[in-house]
Ligand binder design. Structure first.
Ligand SMILES: NC(=O)C1=CN([C@@H]2O[C@H](COP(=O)(O)OP(=O)(O)OC[C@H]3O[C@@H](n4cnc5c(N)ncnc54)[C@H](OP(=O)(O)O)[C@@H]3O)[C@@H](O)[C@H]2O)C=CC1
Ligand SMILES: CC(=O)C(=O)O
Ligand SMILES: [Mg+2]
Length: 753
């Protein structure tokens, strides 16, 4: 690892606050009443709930979602017995991974105690605090004794991550690796470097999956684990002691199909690899330095599949793919333990997910690399947002079927959907829209049907059952891109191809367009060209003629060009004078809508009133009551500039046109979002609570505010949502993600309903 990288890691840990964690309150504590509820006397009511029935602890405390990551620092990564204090960065790190990947809260607990019995006594007494115990970086064989005793004594899941988390991920990777090289698990030979916590758990699980015990050779610091060896032996490795003359890893590796390193950096020499069998699988999983660096292994054996525990090489085999999700499933069904059936379910779920279509978010997180199942993509990536929704329900189902779930989940499919929503923040805002779209899926035509993002969004729309995509493009290009992206949707069955040069409804389409544009200077011939050459025009014509229910364009090219086509061919709905565009940023407490971000550059008061009405109606689709603030540099008449005056006038118009609407203005942005500040400044405000729809005086303000918030909030955003058109049409932007397009598809389908 370079010095520069180490320096960056230290800065990451030091600034802006030391460490990686803090505690955050989930309830307000702003006044005397909150204090009385949170603490004495109110808290006593919560205590009594638990004394009445201990199961209520998961309802009135954070326990049901709280896991202890506990270590005594005796086998910290591959750094050895560096002690509890020095292990703290790793344990804080595990806590962050639990939170980030599965929304599980963690207290990291480092205990300075190397005697297993004393350690067991300490941990066993923590049961009231936690919903689960994740033991971490405790050396073998102590970890076996500790885990067994704690499992017996505690009524909550106890899981030694370095054993079982690692074994689950390793087994998924090996099963998939063998699939790639076409070898049968019952015929392969395995040699390990390491015979400790991780290695022994891995070989145990591999044996249950069908790898014959006699095909396994363990090696450790003293070499091959053979029958009769006395040095550095314990009964746990003794189970795999072999009757063999081999004494070193260099000898044992001969003819092996699999190398599994869970020991220390650099113990595998490149020159030994030549002796391995054809297409060997080399898993060098010691952290942070693997048993062999992948480039050296690749040079020595170009035919090998290579994996490490690190994120900077392909095939990261690391227990992070398991522990957040196995605990998510176990906690959510109140599992009293994590048993063999739950582990097996997790192995299968990880292995299967690698073969499903990779997600756009994973691609984005990994620099847009092509990720399809194969030698360099054996198992999913840690940033794959699908992990939680695939693994946790599989684990919960296994817990329920094996009788260890104290709070069984009645509807596992609804649970999966809920997890999906939790792993995609925009999903929470979009949930009511998706639910509605599923009721009667509509035909949505995509103008840029050859684009990768469109194809991925279409695939997801099919999988979610929210729309039937119609893709404009060349069949051979669309087919090739579907193949390259590893998507499973098929023409006719899942989507329709719309080929511009073979358009059977061309006559209808051109006539419909001509009706709209003949007075805009287009001759019949030009109109024909217009449709043939521009897929946005064709998509608009299809919607106009009823051959599609809604259209989406704009993934390529300028917004203004697409807008012109939509205005020309589709136009505004009856009673609407102008189109308008609204975006939303999804904040922690819900979406904040902003308009007009793309269409009207400098709307007057009349136009602002229309924008507000269109946007407010759309906000309701998200299951929200619109609360509108008309924003300005002026605060309730503090300025009389023309732009302040127009916001004031818009308010008067809205009071007449939509008297039921909760709208106020003109006001500063901070007061829109701060009800108490607003009340102090202007007690007669008719807006209650925080505004969820901000109407800006012009497009500059709207677009700038939206993009600022979007960057601040790491891109969780919706839109642009085009409003006021005679038929449903949406114009994406070149930066719209697959998820953004999927959200637009769901919205379009619902609007068309
Ligand atoms: N990628 C992943 O997800 C994970 C990786 N790991 C990595 O695996 C390694 C082992 O962890 P864990 O099992 O928890 O630790 P343990 O201390 O329980 O086991 C370590 C094992 O490695 C052996 N070993 C240590 N040094 C050498 C060496 N120089 N040559 C040969 N064997 C050696 C030890 O031998 P002996 O028994 O003789 O002491 C022991 O068998 C660490 O590097 C850790 O980072 C662990 C968990 C997950
Ligand atoms: C990944 C992990 O848990 C370890 O290296 O110890
Ligand atoms: Mg570990």
């Amino acid at each position: 690892m370079s010095e520069e990288f180490d320096q960056s890691a230290l800065e990451y840990h030091r600034f802006p606050k030391p460490g990686k964690l803090e505690i955050k309150a989930t309830k307000p504590l702003a006044n005397q009443r909150d204090l009385a509820l949170a603490y004495s006397p109110g808290v006593a009511a919560a205590c009594r709930e638990i004394t009445d029935d201990p199961i209520n602890a998961s309802e009135v405390t954070a326990r049901g979602n709280l896991v202890a990551v506990i270590s005594n620092g005796t086998a910290v990564l591959g750094l050895g017995a560096i002690g509890g204090l020095a292990s703290k960065p790793v344990m804080e790190g595990k806590a962050v991974l639990f939170k980030q990947f599965a929304d599980i809260d963690v207290f990291d607990i480092e205990i300075e105690e190397r005697d297993p019995e004393a350690f067991i006594e300490t941990v066993a007494r923590l049961e009231p605090t936690f919903g689960g115990i994740n033991l971490e970086d405790i050396k073998a064989p102590d970890c076996f004794i500790i885990e067994k005793a704690l499992k017996e004594r505690m009524g909550i899941p106890v899981f030694h991550d370095d054993q079982h988390g690692t074994a689950i991920v390793v087994c998924a990777a090996i099963l998939n690796g063998l699939r790639v090289v076409g070898k049968d698990i019952s015929k392969v030979r395995l040699v390990t470097a390491g015979a400790g916590a991780a290695a022994l758990a891995c070989v145990d699980l591999l044996v249950t999956l069908g790898l014959p015990k006699e095909n396994i050779t363990l090696t450790d610091i003293a070499g091959v684990v053979y029958e009769g060896r006395t040095e550095e032996m314990d009964p746990y490795k003794g189970r795999y002691a072999r009757d063999t003359e081999q004494r070193t890893l260099a000898e044992a590796i001969e003819g092996a199909d699999l190398f599994l390193g869970l020991s220390a950096g650099g113990v595998l020499k490149p020159e030994w690899l030549a002796k391995m069998a054809d297409s060997p699988i080399i898993m060098a999983l010691a952290n942070p330095v693997p048993e062999i660096m992948p480039d050296l292994a690749r040079e020595a054996r170009p035919d090998a599949i290579i994996a490490t525990g690190r994120s900077d090489y392909p095939n990261q085999v690391n227990n992070v793919l398991c522990f957040p999700f196995i605990f998510r499933g176990a906690l959510d069904c109140g599992a009293s333990e994590i048993n063999e059936a739950m582990k097996a379910a997790c192995v299968r779920a990880i292995a299967d997910l690698a073969m499903a279509e990779p997600s756009d978010i994973v691609r984005a997180a990994y620099g847009g690399h092509q990720l399809s199942f194969g030698r360099e993509y054996l198992i999913p990536k840690p940033f794959d947002p699908r992990l939680m929704e695939h693994l946790a329900p599989a684990v919960a189902r296994a817990a329920m079927e094996s009788g260890v779930a104290t709070r069984p989940i009645a509807d596992l499919e609804a649970y999966r959907r809920d997890l999906h929503t939790r792993s995609h923040r925009t999903g929470i805002a979009m949930k009511p829209v998706f639910d509605q779209a599923r009721i009667a899926p509509k035909r949505v035509v995509f103008a840029e049907g050859e684009e990768d993002r469109v194809l991925q969004a279409a695939q997801q729309a099919v999988a979610e059952g929210i729309a039937r995509p119609l893709l404009i493009g060349r069949p051979e290009v669309i087919g090739a891109r579907i193949e390259a992206l590893g998507l499973s949707m098929r023409p006719e069955q899942d989507f329709e191809l719309v080929v511009p040069c073979e358009n059977p409804n061309f006559e209808n389409h051109w006539q419909a367009v001509y009706d709209r544009v003949q007075r805009r200077g287009y001759a019949p011939d030009e109109t024909r060209e217009y449709i043939r050459n521009d897929p946005t025009v064709l998509a608009a014509a299809m919607v106009r003629c009823g051959d599609a229910d809604a259209m989406i364009c704009g993934v390529v090219g300028r917004y203004a060009r697409h807008l012109r086509h939509v205005e020309e061919v589709i136009g505004t709905a009856a009673g609407v004078t102008h189109l308008t565009a609204m975006n939303a940023v999804v904040l922690e407490n819900g979406p904040l809508f902003i308009a007009d971000t793309y269409v009207q550059a400098d709307p007057d008061a009349e136009q602002l009133a229309e924008i507000t009405r269109l946007c407010a109606a759309e906000v309701e689709r998200f299951g929200l009551t619109p609360k509108v603030a008309l924003l300005s540099h002026s605060n309730f008449g503090s300025h009389t500039s023309p732009s302040a005056q127009k916001m004031h006038n818009a308010l008067q118009l809205l009071r007449e046109q939509a008297p039921e609407l909760e709208v106020e203005g003109e006001m500063h942005a901070n007061l829109a979002l701060d009800p108490e500040g607003r009340l102090a400044r202007f007690p007669n405000s008719r807006l209650t609570g925080s505004a969820n729809l901000l109407i800006m005086p012009n497009q500059d303000a709207a677009n700038i505010a939206f993009n600022l918030l979007r960057m601040r909030d790491e891109g969780a955003s919706l839109g642009p949502i085009l409003l006021g058109s005679a038929h449903v049409a949406h114009i994406a932007t070149p930066s719209t993600t697959v998820r953004g397009l999927l959200n637009m598809t769901a919205l379009a389908a619902v609007q068309a309903g």
